[in-house]
Design a protein around this ligand. Structure first.
Ligand code: HEM
Length: 132
């Protein structure tokens, strides 16, 4: 299949759906999603499309608090470095299989910075006295 630019909502929809097709059969990541409380793929996928659209196409369609969600998630199921590595590996594989152009590098940069910040915030949230 010819690679396409990551420059429309449809292309982002393909990215998100293809990434989760991998996640759903992944031995490490699938259980995290399957065990997450009040979680449904039908609501999660459009949220993720809005998230990536906001980061890459500047639409402001995502209004959530990503860091807080993962801090809460970590309290139920530890988000270990191994899980972050797997998440990134599947995400980058999806990007490389399907897309080309400047937004591919931008998406990688966003994942690198968000996953570092997320792991830092998670570690911080375990310090004594952290309330959220
Ligand atoms: C260990 C790696 C990760 C795991 C296991 C994971 C898992 C999850 C799960 C289970 C949810 C659904 C939470 C819920 O709706 O209750 C979620 C939401 C989300 N994740 Fe992750 N995630 C990981 C890393 C990341 C990274 C690196 C990013 C950003 C690049 C990201 C972006 C998001 C966003 C935007 C949401 C939606 C938050 C909202 O509802 O506003 N995740 N994640």
């Amino acid at each position: 299949m010819k690679k396409q630019e990551l420059n429309s909502r449809d292309a982002i929809g393909l990215l998100v759906n293809s990434f989760y097709t991998k996640v759903k059969v992944d031995n490490l990541l699938a259980p995290i999603f399957n065990n997450a409380q009040f979680f449904s793929w039908d609501t999660h996928i459009p949220i993720m499309i809005n998230f990536w659209e906001t980061l890459l196409l500047d639409t402001a369609s995502y209004k959530g608090n990503t860091m807080q969600k993962h801090i809460m998630l970590h309290r139920q199921q530890p988000l270990t470095p191994e899980l972050f590595d797997r998440w990134k590996k599947l995400f980058y594989a999806t990007l490389d299989e399907l897309f080309e152009g400047p937004n591919v590098a931008e998406a990688r940069r966003r994942v690198e910075s968000m996953s570092s910040l997320m792991q830092y915030k998670i570690a911080q949230s375990q310090q004594k006295g952290f309330i959220q």
